[in-house]
Design a protein around this ligand. Structure first.
Ligand SMILES: [Zn+2]
Length: 359
């Protein structure tokens, strides 16, 4: 009986998932779906990610070696599957959903895009600037708080220190050829409503960027000092929650946004892409934390996970740094000085560059 069952499985028609077609100028991937299958598509510069739920698929890792697609990988999970399509440079993705009764086909065409430089040769022009060979890396720097929200107030005001550090860090990274996007470059809030404000900052951590860093200054009711770096995650540590609630807007709002972020944390446990992104965020956190400690000799409060709202949905490596305590008599005074801030900014830049250059 066992042999018979085995044969039936072998003989059952198995459709490849996806079906692959190589054409002049494009590569076509066709995903056959049932009516109940849901899917989500997201695209980073070199990877197209398709998440299917309500279906099963076999694991595979297939070299395609077409001019548009390097390979694709199918990663199954219970009742779902994720497909990573490694894209070659200079392609565009077009998707179409075809419905035929209960059957549906998702057609993904990866099409070569002809860049202006690949057009028939033009007469040489001396004034033409050289084209950069690779895309610059893009880093988003979030100077915590701003405008109506001062953040922690002690010997320094958090919103002033975070902005100053962000501006210093921008200059250091731009010198290294990195494109920098600031969530704010002046003393301003993004919205008078704190939830909207944090939401707008968080939205800047989308997949077209390479890295997100949110800069903060700590404060504590009892004397505390030192530096800590966070990446996103669930926490049940009550001492940590008080700080998280404060950074998430404080009061009832802070508690609500923390609950929301906590529930995202619980969902992430079963999300493969989020898990792999968290691994990178942790790596980034360790590099940045290490660089800051080395530069300042400050107390090491460690790399930790906590449900900060501003990094809850990041699809790129994202961290939140607490560079010191505004109300500590010594650390607060150090944070007042330009030398200490420059040392911190240089350490942040070193950690980020190490990460972007592969650790
Ligand atoms: Zn803060």
């Amino acid at each position: 009986m066992r042999i018979l069952a085995f044969l039936i499985v072998i003989l059952a028609p198995v459709l490849a998932f996806p079906r692959l077609g190589l054409h002049e100028g494009y590569t076509r991937l066709v995903f056959d779906l049932d009516r109940q299958t849901q899917y989500q598509i997201s695209q980073a510069p070199d990877t197209l990610t398709l998440r299917f739920s309500g279906m099963t698929a076999a694991a595979s890792d297939t070299d395609v070696s077409s001019p548009q697609v390097a390979s694709y990988q199918v990663v199954p999970a219970p009742n779902s599957a994720t497909v990573f399509v490694r894209l070659r440079p200079n392609v565009e993705v077009k998707t179409t959903l075809l419905t035929d009764g209960n059957r549906r086909r998702l057609v993904v065409d990866v099409v070569s895009v002809v860049r202006p430089s690949q057009n028939p040769p033009q007469p040489p022009s001396r004034s033409e600037p050289p084209k950069p060979r690779t895309q610059p890396k893009i880093v988003v720097i979030d100077a915590g708080h701003g405008g109506i929200d001062p953040g922690a107030v002690g010997l320094v005001v958090e919103k002033e220190v975070t902005l100053d550090l962000a501006l210093r860090l921008r200059q250091l990274l731009e010198k290294e050829g990195i494109e920098v996007i600031l969530t704010r470059s002046t003393d301003t809030h993004l919205s008078p409503d704190k939830a909207t404000d944090l939401g707008l900052r968080a939205e800047m951590a989308h997949s077209k960027r390479n890295l997100f860093i949110s800069i903060h200054v700590n404060s504590a009711p009892s004397p505390a000092q030192g530096i800590e770096t966070y990446y996103f995650g669930h926490t049940i540590d009550p001492s940590l929650l008080a700080q998280v609630i404060r950074e998430n807007g404080g009061g009832e709002l802070g508690r609500r946004l923390t609950r929301e972020a906590q529930s995202v944390g619980e969902r992430l446990v079963s999300d493969l892409i989020a898990q792999s992104n968290l691994k990178f965020s942790r790596q980034l956190a360790h590099l940045v934390q290490g660089a800051m400690l080395q530069a300042t000799g400050a107390v090491d409060r460690g790399v930790r996970q906590a449900p900060f709202y501003v990094i809850r949905n990041a699809r790129i490596p994202a961290i939140l740094v607490e560079v010191g305590f505004a109300n500590h008599p010594e650390e607060g005074r150090r944070l007042q000085t330009s030398e200490y801030r420059q040392a911190l900014a240089e350490a942040l830049a070193r950690g980020i560059l190490r990460f972007l250059n592969g650790g």
